[in-house]
Structures are given as structure tokens and as C-alpha cells.
Design a protein around this ligand. Structure first.
Ligand code: ZN
Length: 269
């Protein structure tokens, strides 16, 4: 009987698919969909799907039932605990079985709020300085953001760690930096020195974050080749505009290309 069990186990092992297909690291395009505000979905060349700050029910998003239409999601990334960034993370985690990448304390709060605990463990939550390897193809480095991060259970905000940004590195594809909500700060330069950024998803709305002028300086410090403006126009308070960003970059003789997306739009990078 023991031999039979061992044989069965061996057969199972042999039949188990590899964690990620072994494909050559050919240059490939990633598809990025912007759902308005800070919500993006990234699809890598090999089909790994990351949902970042998935407040898909934000008023700027024209895609109704966006959560139901998402399909496969492998990882949900949340930069900080505010509602406009957590969004529908819990519902997406439940429906798609995606692992949660977030600052450690925020991951604990989200698990307490219903994110499946087995998908929100220490293997994918972390802190600034850490790099989470999600697959052979994709790793996410957690970087600082200058902001705040309370998470509200009902109306009472609780400590949810520090706010962060994410540098998503895709083997054979672009390096994407989602700033989260942040002010301009000098160490942005270190992020770009360490990981040359192809696409920077940068907040520009002002009031709670950088405004277009601050974002233009941030883009220059990071040295990003392209910038997709976000976190503007969702509410009247977030008054910064992409054309203001373009002008501010031009005024600094910046070389970064501003890629203005519409909520619901998908582009290849
Ligand atoms: Zn925000």
C-alpha cells in the first residue's frame, strides 16, 4: 500500500504543471488598462494579470460591472489603505483567488475585512525595500510614497502601515512604476537609478498628491521614458490636468512622453 501511495504521489508530481511556462525572454508588450483614478490592470506578455489600486466603481470609470468583467487576476496590488485605492480589492480577491501585494499592516487589515487570508500572507505582503517575486516573469518592488495610510473598517480609520508605490518589473517587457499617492520627494531619483522606468503611472491631481508641476519634477527625477497621468478629474478637487503636465514637462525641457489615457482604455507598452 505504501508503495502504491508513493507511486500515486510521484504520478501527481509528474502531472503537475510548472509554475510558469519556460519561454524565452523575447521583448514583449504589456497591456495596461486604466479604469480611472489610480486603478490599472496590467497584462504581461505571458498573460500574468495584476490589478493595482482597483477602485473600479470610481465615478470616472465608464465600464460598468468592471469587477465581474475582469476575468483572471493573479495579483491585487494596493498602495495604501484609503478607500479610493482599496476599492473592490476584497471582492476581486474572493472572485479571482488573486494573491494580495500590499504593505504588511494593510494586508492584515484587508484580511480582517474579508480578503481571503490564504491569499494575503507574508509571502506576498511586504514593506519598502522588499521585492516580491510573483512568477518567473514578474516581480514587484515596494518603494516609498509620501502620503498617509489609514484603513477604515466602517467609519473608523485604523493604522495600515506606510503608503507605498510599486515598481513592477516584467522579464522581456516594460518596467512600470505606479507612484501610489505621493508628494514629490528627493528619493524618487533613487527609484529611477535602480530600475530604469519605461512607464510611470503618476498622480497629478493635486490637493492630496503632487500637482502637474510636482509630477513633472518627479518624472524628471525618475527619468521615466513615458508617463501616464492618473488621480485627477475624479472629483473637482483633483484639478490637475494632463495638458498642465505636458506644459510643465516642456518647461523643464523634459523628454518624457505623456501618454494620456481615457478611463476604460487599454494600451500596449
Ligand atoms: Zn488617493
Amino acid at each position: 500500500m505504501k508503495t502504491l501511495a508513493a507511486l500515486a504521489a510521484l504520478t501527481l508530481l509528474a502531472a503537475a504543471p510548472a509554475a510558469a511556462p519556460a519561454q524565452p525572454a523575447a521583448a514583449g508588450k504589456a497591456e495596461i488598462t486604466w479604469y480611472g483614478h489610480a486603478a490599472f490592470v496590467v497584462r504581461t506578455p505571458r498573460g500574468f494579470v495584476l490589478a493595482i489600486d482597483p477602485w473600479l466603481s470610481n465615478p470616472a470609470n465608464p465600464v460598468k460591472d468592471a469587477v465581474d468583467k475582469l476575468g483572471k487576476v493573479d495579483a491585487v496590488l494596493v498602495t495604501h489603505g484609503h478607500r479610493d485605492h482599496v476599492g473592490e480589492a476584497v471582492a476581486i480577491g474572493k472572485r479571482t483567488h488573486a494573491r494580495l501585494v500590499a504593505p504588511y499592516e494593510l494586508a492584515q487589515q484587508l484580511a480582517a475585512a474579508g480578503y481571503p487570508k490564504e491569499q494575503a500572507g507574508m509571502d506576498t505582503s511586504g514593506n519598502m525595500g522588499g521585492t516580491i517575486r510573483l512568477s518567473d516573469e514578474v516581480s514587484v518592488s515596494i518603494v516609498p510614497a509620501v502620503h498617509s495610510s489609514g484603513f477604515a473598517h466602517g467609519d473608523t480609520p485604523v493604522y495600515a502601515g506606510n503608503p507605498v508605490g510599486f515598481v513592477i518589473r516584467i522579464q522581456g517587457g516594460p518596467t512600470i512604476y505606479h507612484t501610489g499617492d505621493t508628494d514629490l520627494f528627493g528619493d524618487l531619483r533613487l527609484i529611477g537609478e535602480r530600475w530604469p522606468v519605461d512607464v510611470m503611472l503618476a498622480c497629478i491631481g493635486g490637493h492630496f498628491t503632487m500637482d502637474p508641476e510636482g509630477a513633472a519634477a518627479a518624472v524628471e527625477m525618475v527619468g521615466a521614458k513615458q508617463v501616464v497621468p492618473m488621480h485627477y478629474g475624479t472629483f473637482p478637487l483633483l484639478a490637475g490636468t494632463p495638458s498642465e503636465l505636458e506644459r510643465a514637462i516642456a518647461a523643464r525641457d523634459g523628454k518624457a512622453r505623456v501618454v494620456v489615457m481615457k478611463p476604460g482604455e487599454t494600451r500596449s507598452f
